[in-house]
Design a protein around this ligand. Structure first.
Ligand code: GLY
Ligand code: MN
Ligand code: MN
Length: 452
């Protein structure tokens, strides 16, 4: 990623360069192992190509193959390939077209460059001469929408190799952790700017612009579409409409927004009250509960247990806040907590916002299902050292879900007057990015806010 807001984010960053040597050794070893499992000699990792809009000649924003980005911070290099041969330095086939319509990739330099045997090509036909001749000994890793791009390689994304790579990507290298700290910092800078815009009474659209300016991203550079919801909009889990005018009365603000550094994401949510004390008290309780959950993150924890434990804690919170009544087990069994909190507690984070491998028990691809009644949980693994995941409990006023409780044993456990009170505020979500340690954890998000 090219970024001029701060040298920290540049691929000339010497500290990242020092960590990169170990990273590429680890990535190479993972591919060595994946090739062994697949019974192949070479992995050809394709960066991808921009999609073209239907019946048009307009390119959609380019989304690179995450496998390619996990090798090097080359997020703007379509039609390029990494050739990894067991025991050898990787070759980078660097596509630099003669094109006067677009800005083409510049010189191949940066802290990553000396680790590759770089071959510049100016046309797609020139790629083939840099690929291993024995195509039957190759596996292709990436998305192809045109068989010509696989250059006759028939084994495309074989499960044995892909599962092993996905499983391994759950654990971050020191280089990846350093980048993700930068992505957290970048996101935190945006959140501070967005909160100031909210306090100034701005519309969702203008808060979004303030965020993008602070993180120096245009929309396609964001890891996901910003969720910027005022008042009731905070209850729409993936709200991305961005009203152009502020509401007549401003009550609350839910922002779920991240940032990218070298292809790695942060994913951060905060909720604010515009002055209403009861809503601020509820935010404070949710914040304390979220930190209690974060403090349970450590090696060996089964994330499914954390999901269920969160529902039990939320049940107590709902009773304290007079939104519900009854004991925690009853509120779980009758579906009250799920109506207020209908999504998963968290997910793996990395190159992808919902990083791969969250359901994998092992590298062969055995799947661990979410617990019954929790279909949207995206992380079911036992936590391992240096995983990075989100912890993002929520509490929302979603009438569609609460109305389903009418006429069931849950109805009498909901305090409907308090529900009416909460509706105009939408909801609350607090989301941090957390690294798993032995008997400990690192909160990338809170550290980033504290260091601003
Ligand atoms: N921002 C999407 C998520 O929190 O999962
Ligand atoms: Mn989020
Ligand atoms: Mn998230």
């Amino acid at each position: 990623m090219i970024c001029n807001m701060n040298d920290d984010y540049s691929d000339k960053n010497a500290a990242l360069g020092a960590l990169y040597a170990e990273h590429i050794e680890i990535v190479s070893a993972r591919h060595d192992h994946a090739l062994e499992l697949a019974g192949a000699t070479h992995a050809i990792i394709y960066s991808g190509n921009p999609k073209i809009a239907f019946l048009d000649d307009y390119q959609m924003p380019f989304k690179p193959n995450p496998h390619f980005v996990s090798w090097a911070p080359l997020t703007h290099l379509p039609f390029s390939y990494i050739v990894f041969t067991r025991g050898e330095a990787p070759i980078l086939i660097y596509y630099q077209p003669h094109d006067y319509w677009h800005v083409v990739p510049g010189a191949a330099d940066g802290y990553w460059a000396s680790h590759f045997d770089i071959r510049i090509v100016h046309s797609r036909e020139d790629v083939a001469e840099h690929l291993p001749e024995e195509r039957e000994k190759c596996i292709f890793v990436g998305e192809i929408d045109d068989d010509a791009m696989a250059f006759g390689i028939e084994r495309v994304n074989p499960n044995a190799a892909i599962n092993a790579l996905h499983f391994a990507r759950g654990m971050k290298t020191q280089y990846e952790l350093a980048i993700m700290r930068l992505a957290s910092r970048r996101g935190a800078i945006g959140h501070v700017a967005a909160e100031a815009a909210f306090r100034d009474g701005m519309a969702e659209f203008d808060i979004h612009q303030a965020y993008c300016k602070a993180v120096s991203h245009v929309d396609p550079e964001l890891p996901y579409g910003n969720i910027i919801g005022l008042n009731e909009h905070g209850a729409v889990l993936h709200y991305t409409d961005l009203d152009r005018e502020p509401p007549a009365v401003i009550r609350s603000f839910l922002i779920d927004a991240g940032a990218h550094v070298h292809g790695y994401a942060s994913d951060i949510t905060r909720t604010y009250s515009f002055g209403e004390k009861r809503f601020q008290d509820l935010i404070d309780r949710m914040d304390a509960m979220q930190q209690d959950i974060v403090n349970q993150v450590q090696v060996g924890v089964d994330f499914r247990d954390l999901q269920i434990g969160t529902h039990k804690m939320l049940a107590g919170l709902l009773v304290d806040a007079e939104l519900a009544n009854g004991d925690p087990d009853t509120l779980l069994e009758t579906g009250v907590t799920s109506a207020f909190f209908p999504h998963g507690l968290g997910h793996l984070l990395g190159v992808q916002v919902h990083d791969v491998g969250g359901f994998m028990e092992n590298e062969t691809g055995t799947i661990i299902d979410p617990p019954s009644g929790h279909p949207y949980l995206r992380l079911t693994r036992v936590l391992e050292e240096d995983m990075v995941l989100t912890i993002e409990p929520g509490l929302y006023l979603i009438d569609m879900l609460l109305e389903n409780l009418r006429g069931t044993p849950a109805e009498g456990h909901v305090n409907w007057d308090s529900v009416d009170w909460l509706r105009p505020f939408g909801g609350i979500r607090i989301e941090d990015n957390v690294r798993v340690l032995i008997n400990d954890r690192e909160n990338l998000t809170r550290d980033a806010f504290a260091q601003l």
